[in-house]
Design a protein around this ligand. Structure first.
Ligand SMILES: [Zn+2]
Length: 168
């Protein structure tokens, strides 16, 4: 069985997803050109600028706090937390929108602790948790038609530069 410390329960995941997508839907409706830059890979925005837009969005949605410990987290010190790890089976099958909605901001130490926690958990249990998280993301997209429009793009959020810079 999974130990509890970093287990992402569905109630918590849904609450977090709601905060992110409510803000995202609001922004898509209010400022479509700005937010579209992070959702469509070839929008003519520099990679550097695009790689910061999503972390900024997450920072507001997370009320400036770390996803794991809920303590204040300045954006300048935030790391991108791949709650569903990039390297594993599920990630490449996610759309860009699904990938973006699976990301959170966390402290570097919390990020490392999560990776260590995962490394100590049974693989099949982790897979079950990840599948649940993906299901939650898909349900969340499904209730927002405007998000479905953007769900066709497949590539890595923020591009290679952001991956290298943000990865811990
Ligand atoms: Zn933290």
């Amino acid at each position: 069985m999974l130990t509890a410390s970093f287990y992402v329960g569905m109630a918590r995941w849904r609450m977090s997803l709601d905060a992110i997508t409510t803000l995202l839907v609001h922004r898509l409706e209010a400022q479509p050109t700005r937010i579209t830059a992070i959702l469509t890979p070839s929008y003519g925005v520099t990679m550097r600028r695009r790689s910061m837009l999503w972390p900024q969005h997450l920072h507001v949605a997370q009320k400036g706090c770390c996803f794991w410990c809920d303590q204040p987290l300045p954006l300048s010190r935030a790391t991108i937390e791949h709650v569903i790890p990039q390297g594993e089976d599920g990630w490449p099958q996610l759309t860009r929108m699904e990938q973006l909605l699976s990301l959170r901001l966390s402290h570097a130490t919390c990020n490392r602790d999560y990776a260590a926690w995962r490394a100590a958990q049974p693989a099949d249990e982790l897979q079950r948790m990840d599948q649940q998280l993906v299901r939650g993301i898909r349900q969340n997209i499904h209730v927002h038609p405007i998000l479905r429009v953007y769900s066709y793009h497949h590539d890595y959020p923020g591009g290679r530069e952001a991956q290298e810079r943000m990865r811990r």
